[in-house]
Write a protein that binds this ligand. Sequence first.
Ligand code: SF4
Length: 354
Amino acid sequence: MTRKVSIGGITIGGGSPVAVQSMCSTKTKDTDKTIAQIKRLEKAGCEIVRCGIPDMESAKALSVIKKKIKIPLVADIHYDYKLALASIENGADKIRINPGNIGSTDRVEAVIAAAKKKKCAVRIGVNSGSLKETSSFKLAKKSGNGRADRMVASLMEHVTFFEERGFRDIVISLKASDILTTIAAYKLAAQYTDCPAHIGITEAGTELGGIIKSSVGLGILLHDGIGDTMRVSLTAEPEKEVFAAYRILGALDIRKRGADIISCPTCARTEIDVIKLAHMVEELTMNLEKPLKIAVMGCSVNGPGEASEADIGVAGGRGIGLIFKKGVIIKRVPKKELMREFLKELNKISKRSI
Ligand code: SF4
C-alpha cells in the first residue's frame, strides 16, 4: 500500500484508481497548440498531463495553459533547477525531476522549499541511462539485477534527502527501456518506500511495438499490485497512449473505460471485410467512455455465438450483415447499410452520438 499524494485535484496512491497520464508532443511555449492537444487528451480520458520545459518561456507558458485545461499539469524538468522553480511559480501541480542531474544540494533544497510552499508534488524520476555509478544508500536487499539495484539505490538516496527535509508529496519512477530491468527495479523499490509509483516503459517504441512492450512490462507490474499512475510511452499521437493505457487496465480488470473490441482472426468462412470493419469500429469508438464489449465477426455461423458476451456486435452473412446483442441477432441488413445501422444501435446503448 502506497501513501496518498495529491496532484492538482487528483489523488494517487493509497488504493486510488490507477491514474492514466500522457505527455504533450507540442512545444509547450506554443500555448494554442498545447492547449488544443490537452483538450483532445482530456476527451480521450487522460487524467494527468505532462509538458516538457526546455526553457524559461515554456515554464512561463504553464500559467496560460493551466487556465484553459481541466486536468492536473506536470512540468518535466531536466538539469536546470531554475526551470523547476519557475514551473512551480507558474502553477505546475507536479514537477518531474531527476535530482541527480539538477546540480548541488542547495539547488535541490531550493526546489523542495518552493514545492512545499506551493503544495506542488514532485516525481523523482531515475532513468537507467543517467545513473550515478555510486550511491550513499546501501541496499540491504537486492534484486539480482545489478542495474536495477543501482537505480533503486540512487532513487532511495534522493527520496531520503527529500523526506529528511520534511517533504513527502513524492511520486517515484524507475525507467529503463529494457523491461526486465524496469520490473526488477520497481519490485525492489516497493520494498523500500511507500511513495506512489509512476510506471512506464521508457522509449517503448512505435505504436505496435511500444504497446506490446508496455503491455508486458506494465501488465506484470500492475498484476503484482505495483503502479499508482501510468503512462504508455509511444512514438505516436499521445491520445493513443491513453487509449492503450485503458486497454491494459481493462485487460487486467483494474479499470474499465470505453470499447473493448472483440474481433475474429477471419478464416475460410469469412463473409465480410473484418479487418476494415474492426478498424472502423475501433476508430469510431476511440473516445467512448462507457465500458462496452463490441464484437466484429466474420460469419453468421460462429460469429454471434462466439461473441455472445459482447454487448453489441456485427457479423458477416451471405449477402447481408447481422447486428447482434449478447449473442442474439436483432437485425439483418444489406451490407452497405451495416455500418449505419450498427452505429444507430451503438448510440442507443452508449447513450451518445458517435
Ligand atoms: S467468426 Fe467465423 S469467420 Fe471469424 S474466425 Fe470464427 S468461423 Fe471464421
